[in-house]
Design a protein around this ligand. Sequence first.
Ligand code: NAD
Length: 290
Amino acid sequence: MDGKALAKLIQSEIKQRVADHVAAGNPQPKLAAVLVGDDPASKVYVRNKERACERVGIASELHRLSGDIDHDQLLALVNELNRDDDVNGILVQLPLPDQIDEQAILDTIDPLKDVDAFHPENVGLLSQGRPRFLPCTPHGIVQLLDRHDVDCSGKSAVVIGRSDIVGKPIASMLMQKSLPNIKAGNATVTVCHSRTQDLAGVCRQADILIAAIGRANFVTAEMVKPGAVVIDVGINRLDGKLVGDVDFDAVSQVAGMLTPVPGGVGPLTVTMLLENTLMGAKIQNRVAVS
Ligand code: NAD
Protein backbone atom coordinates (compact mmCIF):
# COMPACT_ATOMS: atom_id res chain seq x y z
CA MET A 1 0.00 0.00 0.00
CA ASP A 2 1.62 3.20 -1.18
CA GLY A 3 0.88 5.81 1.48
CA LYS A 4 2.86 8.48 -0.30
CA ALA A 5 0.80 8.26 -3.49
CA LEU A 6 -2.48 8.12 -1.57
CA ALA A 7 -1.47 11.14 0.54
CA LYS A 8 -0.74 13.06 -2.65
CA LEU A 9 -4.17 12.22 -4.04
CA ILE A 10 -6.01 13.15 -0.83
CA GLN A 11 -4.00 16.37 -0.51
CA SER A 12 -5.06 17.37 -4.04
CA GLU A 13 -8.69 16.84 -2.97
CA ILE A 14 -8.15 18.93 0.19
CA LYS A 15 -6.48 21.67 -1.87
CA GLN A 16 -9.62 21.93 -4.00
CA ARG A 17 -11.87 22.00 -0.93
CA VAL A 18 -9.72 24.70 0.69
CA ALA A 19 -9.96 26.77 -2.53
CA ASP A 20 -13.76 26.31 -2.57
CA HIS A 21 -13.96 27.34 1.10
CA VAL A 22 -11.99 30.54 0.43
CA ALA A 23 -13.89 31.26 -2.81
CA ALA A 24 -17.11 31.15 -0.78
CA GLY A 25 -15.83 34.19 1.14
CA ASN A 26 -14.29 32.50 4.17
CA PRO A 27 -10.82 33.39 5.49
CA GLN A 28 -7.91 31.14 4.56
CA PRO A 29 -7.74 28.28 7.10
CA LYS A 30 -4.79 28.58 9.49
CA LEU A 31 -2.86 26.10 11.62
CA ALA A 32 -0.74 27.21 14.58
CA ALA A 33 2.04 24.77 15.49
CA VAL A 34 3.91 24.95 18.78
CA LEU A 35 7.39 23.45 19.03
CA VAL A 36 9.10 23.37 22.42
CA GLY A 37 12.83 22.63 22.57
CA ASP A 38 14.96 21.31 19.73
CA ASP A 39 14.32 17.58 19.47
CA PRO A 40 15.49 16.79 15.90
CA ALA A 41 12.61 14.39 15.10
CA SER A 42 10.02 16.92 16.33
CA LYS A 43 11.62 19.63 14.18
CA VAL A 44 11.33 17.41 11.09
CA TYR A 45 7.69 16.54 11.86
CA VAL A 46 6.75 20.20 12.31
CA ARG A 47 8.57 21.23 9.13
CA ASN A 48 6.74 18.50 7.17
CA LYS A 49 3.42 19.73 8.54
CA GLU A 50 4.19 23.34 7.57
CA ARG A 51 5.17 22.30 4.03
CA ALA A 52 2.02 20.21 3.66
CA CYS A 53 -0.10 23.21 4.73
CA GLU A 54 1.59 25.31 2.09
CA ARG A 55 0.89 22.68 -0.62
CA VAL A 56 -2.88 22.77 -0.03
CA GLY A 57 -3.30 26.51 0.60
CA ILE A 58 -3.60 26.41 4.39
CA ALA A 59 -1.73 29.17 6.25
CA SER A 60 0.52 28.11 9.10
CA GLU A 61 2.42 29.84 11.87
CA LEU A 62 5.11 28.25 13.99
CA HIS A 63 5.68 29.20 17.63
CA ARG A 64 9.15 28.03 18.67
CA LEU A 65 9.81 28.01 22.38
CA SER A 66 12.97 27.24 24.27
CA GLY A 67 13.16 23.82 25.95
CA ASP A 68 13.48 25.42 29.39
CA ILE A 69 10.23 27.43 29.39
CA ASP A 70 7.93 26.73 32.28
CA HIS A 71 4.45 25.22 32.21
CA ASP A 72 2.61 28.52 32.72
CA GLN A 73 4.35 30.16 29.76
CA LEU A 74 3.20 27.39 27.44
CA LEU A 75 -0.28 27.46 28.94
CA ALA A 76 -0.45 31.24 28.30
CA LEU A 77 0.48 30.70 24.63
CA VAL A 78 -2.18 28.00 24.17
CA ASN A 79 -4.79 30.30 25.72
CA GLU A 80 -3.71 33.11 23.41
CA LEU A 81 -4.09 30.81 20.37
CA ASN A 82 -7.49 29.68 21.67
CA ARG A 83 -8.63 33.33 21.64
CA ASP A 84 -7.12 34.16 18.23
CA ASP A 85 -9.98 34.11 15.70
CA ASP A 86 -7.50 33.75 12.82
CA VAL A 87 -6.28 30.38 14.15
CA ASN A 88 -8.44 27.37 13.25
CA GLY A 89 -6.22 24.56 14.44
CA ILE A 90 -3.69 24.26 17.26
CA LEU A 91 -1.01 21.58 17.26
CA VAL A 92 1.39 21.19 20.17
CA GLN A 93 4.18 18.89 19.00
CA LEU A 94 4.86 16.06 21.45
CA PRO A 95 6.80 15.06 23.44
CA LEU A 96 7.05 18.07 25.76
CA PRO A 97 9.90 18.58 28.24
CA ASP A 98 9.54 17.01 31.70
CA GLN A 99 8.77 20.27 33.57
CA ILE A 100 5.56 20.65 31.53
CA ASP A 101 2.35 18.82 32.39
CA GLU A 102 1.56 17.49 28.90
CA GLN A 103 -1.97 16.34 29.73
CA ALA A 104 -2.88 19.73 31.22
CA ILE A 105 -1.62 21.49 28.08
CA LEU A 106 -3.61 19.19 25.76
CA ASP A 107 -6.71 19.62 27.95
CA THR A 108 -6.42 23.42 27.59
CA ILE A 109 -6.59 23.44 23.77
CA ASP A 110 -10.01 24.63 22.63
CA PRO A 111 -11.81 21.40 21.60
CA LEU A 112 -13.03 23.20 18.46
CA LYS A 113 -9.38 23.84 17.43
CA ASP A 114 -8.07 20.46 18.61
CA VAL A 115 -6.82 19.17 15.24
CA ASP A 116 -4.90 16.28 16.87
CA ALA A 117 -8.17 15.18 18.55
CA PHE A 118 -6.44 14.53 21.88
CA HIS A 119 -8.84 16.62 24.01
CA PRO A 120 -11.04 14.43 26.25
CA GLU A 121 -14.17 15.95 24.71
CA ASN A 122 -13.08 14.83 21.23
CA VAL A 123 -11.91 11.43 22.51
CA GLY A 124 -15.34 10.98 24.14
CA LEU A 125 -17.23 12.00 21.00
CA LEU A 126 -15.27 9.47 18.94
CA SER A 127 -15.89 6.76 21.48
CA GLN A 128 -19.64 7.46 21.20
CA GLY A 129 -19.44 7.16 17.41
CA ARG A 130 -20.15 10.85 16.72
CA PRO A 131 -16.67 12.31 16.19
CA ARG A 132 -15.89 15.98 15.62
CA PHE A 133 -12.24 15.50 14.61
CA LEU A 134 -10.74 12.08 13.94
CA PRO A 135 -7.22 11.62 15.35
CA CYS A 136 -4.71 11.94 12.50
CA THR A 137 -2.82 8.63 12.49
CA PRO A 138 -5.87 6.38 12.99
CA HIS A 139 -7.73 8.45 10.39
CA GLY A 140 -4.83 7.90 7.99
CA ILE A 141 -5.04 4.16 8.63
CA VAL A 142 -8.76 3.97 7.84
CA GLN A 143 -8.18 6.01 4.67
CA LEU A 144 -5.60 3.40 3.62
CA LEU A 145 -8.12 0.64 4.30
CA ASP A 146 -11.08 2.40 2.64
CA ARG A 147 -9.25 3.47 -0.47
CA HIS A 148 -7.82 -0.02 -0.98
CA ASP A 149 -11.36 -1.43 -0.63
CA VAL A 150 -10.49 -3.44 2.46
CA ASP A 151 -13.79 -4.67 3.88
CA CYS A 152 -13.47 -4.71 7.67
CA SER A 153 -17.05 -5.74 8.46
CA GLY A 154 -17.10 -8.94 10.50
CA LYS A 155 -13.34 -9.33 10.09
CA SER A 156 -10.86 -9.88 12.87
CA ALA A 157 -8.69 -6.79 13.46
CA VAL A 158 -5.78 -7.03 15.88
CA VAL A 159 -4.10 -3.85 17.12
CA ILE A 160 -0.71 -4.18 18.83
CA GLY A 161 -0.26 -1.18 21.15
CA ARG A 162 -2.72 0.66 23.42
CA SER A 163 -1.49 4.26 23.28
CA ASP A 164 -3.91 7.20 23.36
CA ILE A 165 -2.46 8.42 20.05
CA VAL A 166 -2.71 5.26 17.94
CA GLY A 167 -3.73 1.97 19.59
CA LYS A 168 -6.87 3.00 21.50
CA PRO A 169 -8.37 5.32 18.87
CA ILE A 170 -7.79 2.96 15.91
CA ALA A 171 -9.38 0.14 17.93
CA SER A 172 -12.32 2.43 18.70
CA MET A 173 -12.73 3.40 15.04
CA LEU A 174 -12.56 -0.12 13.66
CA MET A 175 -15.19 -1.40 16.08
CA GLN A 176 -17.73 1.40 15.38
CA LYS A 177 -20.94 0.56 13.61
CA SER A 178 -20.60 3.63 11.41
CA LEU A 179 -18.61 6.85 11.23
CA PRO A 180 -19.33 9.75 8.86
CA ASN A 181 -17.54 9.33 5.50
CA ILE A 182 -15.69 6.20 6.69
CA LYS A 183 -16.33 2.69 5.38
CA ALA A 184 -13.98 0.80 7.72
CA GLY A 185 -15.79 -0.42 10.82
CA ASN A 186 -17.77 -3.31 12.24
CA ALA A 187 -14.60 -5.31 12.83
CA THR A 188 -14.12 -7.64 15.77
CA VAL A 189 -11.22 -5.87 17.43
CA THR A 190 -8.58 -7.26 19.78
CA VAL A 191 -6.07 -4.91 21.41
CA CYS A 192 -2.71 -6.42 22.38
CA HIS A 193 -0.06 -4.86 24.59
CA SER A 194 3.07 -5.65 26.55
CA ARG A 195 1.21 -8.04 28.92
CA THR A 196 -0.62 -10.00 26.20
CA GLN A 197 -0.04 -13.75 26.34
CA ASP A 198 0.62 -15.69 23.14
CA LEU A 199 0.86 -12.47 21.13
CA ALA A 200 1.95 -14.36 18.01
CA GLY A 201 -1.07 -16.67 18.25
CA VAL A 202 -3.47 -13.73 18.62
CA CYS A 203 -1.85 -11.90 15.68
CA ARG A 204 -2.15 -14.99 13.47
CA GLN A 205 -5.95 -14.76 13.81
CA ALA A 206 -5.98 -11.26 12.33
CA ASP A 207 -7.44 -10.46 8.93
CA ILE A 208 -6.22 -6.91 9.58
CA LEU A 209 -3.12 -6.48 11.73
CA ILE A 210 -2.05 -3.04 12.94
CA ALA A 211 1.35 -2.67 14.58
CA ALA A 212 1.85 0.45 16.74
CA ILE A 213 4.54 -0.61 19.16
CA GLY A 214 7.73 1.33 18.50
CA ARG A 215 10.07 -1.68 18.18
CA ALA A 216 12.00 -2.29 14.98
CA ASN A 217 10.96 -5.38 12.97
CA PHE A 218 8.89 -6.73 15.89
CA VAL A 219 6.23 -8.38 13.70
CA THR A 220 7.68 -11.41 11.93
CA ALA A 221 6.22 -13.54 9.13
CA GLU A 222 5.23 -16.26 11.64
CA MET A 223 2.84 -13.76 13.32
CA VAL A 224 0.89 -13.04 10.14
CA LYS A 225 -2.02 -14.96 8.64
CA PRO A 226 -1.51 -15.57 4.91
CA GLY A 227 -3.29 -12.86 2.92
CA ALA A 228 -3.78 -10.53 5.92
CA VAL A 229 -3.73 -6.75 5.56
CA VAL A 230 -0.83 -5.43 7.65
CA ILE A 231 -0.52 -1.76 8.63
CA ASP A 232 2.84 -0.73 10.05
CA VAL A 233 2.58 2.42 12.16
CA GLY A 234 5.99 2.19 13.83
CA ILE A 235 8.83 4.60 13.14
CA ASN A 236 12.15 3.32 14.46
CA ARG A 237 15.75 4.13 13.71
CA LEU A 238 17.92 1.06 13.10
CA ASP A 239 21.56 1.43 12.02
CA GLY A 240 20.79 4.95 10.79
CA LYS A 241 17.80 3.78 8.71
CA LEU A 242 14.08 4.36 9.34
CA VAL A 243 12.24 1.06 9.79
CA GLY A 244 8.80 0.10 10.98
CA ASP A 245 7.51 -2.35 13.57
CA VAL A 246 7.08 -4.99 10.86
CA ASP A 247 9.86 -7.02 9.26
CA PHE A 248 8.93 -5.76 5.79
CA ASP A 249 10.88 -8.21 3.61
CA ALA A 250 9.66 -11.32 5.41
CA VAL A 251 6.07 -10.20 6.03
CA SER A 252 5.60 -9.04 2.43
CA GLN A 253 5.94 -12.74 1.44
CA VAL A 254 2.90 -13.65 3.57
CA ALA A 255 0.63 -10.58 3.76
CA GLY A 256 -1.98 -9.70 1.15
CA MET A 257 -1.29 -6.00 1.58
CA LEU A 258 1.36 -4.19 3.64
CA THR A 259 2.37 -0.58 4.26
CA PRO A 260 6.06 0.34 3.98
CA VAL A 261 8.07 2.55 6.36
CA PRO A 262 8.77 5.22 5.32
CA GLY A 263 6.03 5.99 2.80
CA GLY A 264 3.08 4.25 4.48
CA VAL A 265 1.07 5.65 7.37
CA GLY A 266 3.33 8.69 7.97
CA PRO A 267 2.31 10.77 4.91
CA LEU A 268 -1.36 10.10 5.69
CA THR A 269 -0.99 11.30 9.28
CA VAL A 270 0.17 14.69 7.98
CA THR A 271 -2.62 14.71 5.40
CA MET A 272 -5.32 14.14 8.02
CA LEU A 273 -3.98 17.10 9.98
CA LEU A 274 -4.77 19.23 6.92
CA GLU A 275 -8.26 17.70 6.75
CA ASN A 276 -8.82 18.58 10.41
CA THR A 277 -7.57 22.15 9.98
CA LEU A 278 -10.04 22.66 7.14
CA MET A 279 -12.73 21.09 9.31
CA GLY A 280 -11.77 23.45 12.19
CA ALA A 281 -12.09 26.43 9.82
CA LYS A 282 -15.54 25.26 8.74
CA ILE A 283 -16.68 24.76 12.33
CA GLN A 284 -15.41 28.19 13.38
CA ASN A 285 -16.88 29.92 10.33
CA ARG A 286 -20.16 28.05 10.85
CA VAL A 287 -19.95 26.43 7.43
CA ALA A 288 -21.64 23.02 7.08
CA VAL A 289 -19.06 20.24 7.42
CA SER A 290 -19.28 17.72 4.58
P1 NAD B 1 3.68 4.13 22.75
O1 NAD B 1 5.09 3.91 23.20
O2 NAD B 1 2.84 5.16 23.43
O3 NAD B 1 2.89 2.76 22.82
C1 NAD B 1 3.48 1.55 22.44
C2 NAD B 1 2.54 0.42 22.77
O4 NAD B 1 3.16 -0.79 22.39
C3 NAD B 1 2.21 0.33 24.25
O5 NAD B 1 0.80 0.35 24.40
C4 NAD B 1 2.76 -1.03 24.69
O6 NAD B 1 1.85 -1.75 25.53
C5 NAD B 1 2.93 -1.76 23.38
N1 NAD B 1 4.07 -2.66 23.46
C6 NAD B 1 5.34 -2.33 23.81
N2 NAD B 1 6.09 -3.46 23.82
C7 NAD B 1 5.28 -4.47 23.49
C8 NAD B 1 5.49 -5.87 23.36
N3 NAD B 1 6.67 -6.42 23.57
N4 NAD B 1 4.43 -6.62 23.00
C9 NAD B 1 3.22 -6.08 22.80
N5 NAD B 1 2.97 -4.76 22.90
C10 NAD B 1 4.00 -3.98 23.26
O7 NAD B 1 3.79 4.40 21.20
P2 NAD B 1 2.81 5.11 20.13
O8 NAD B 1 2.77 6.56 20.38
O9 NAD B 1 1.52 4.36 20.01
O10 NAD B 1 3.67 4.85 18.83
C11 NAD B 1 3.97 3.55 18.38
C12 NAD B 1 4.91 3.65 17.21
O11 NAD B 1 4.24 4.32 16.14
C13 NAD B 1 6.18 4.44 17.46
O12 NAD B 1 7.23 3.86 16.70
C14 NAD B 1 5.86 5.81 16.93
O13 NAD B 1 7.02 6.51 16.51
C15 NAD B 1 5.00 5.45 15.76
N6 NAD B 1 4.06 6.49 15.34
C16 NAD B 1 3.98 6.72 14.01
C17 NAD B 1 3.08 7.65 13.51
C18 NAD B 1 2.98 7.86 12.05
O14 NAD B 1 2.43 8.85 11.62
N7 NAD B 1 3.48 6.94 11.22
C19 NAD B 1 2.27 8.36 14.40
C20 NAD B 1 2.33 8.08 15.76
C21 NAD B 1 3.24 7.13 16.22
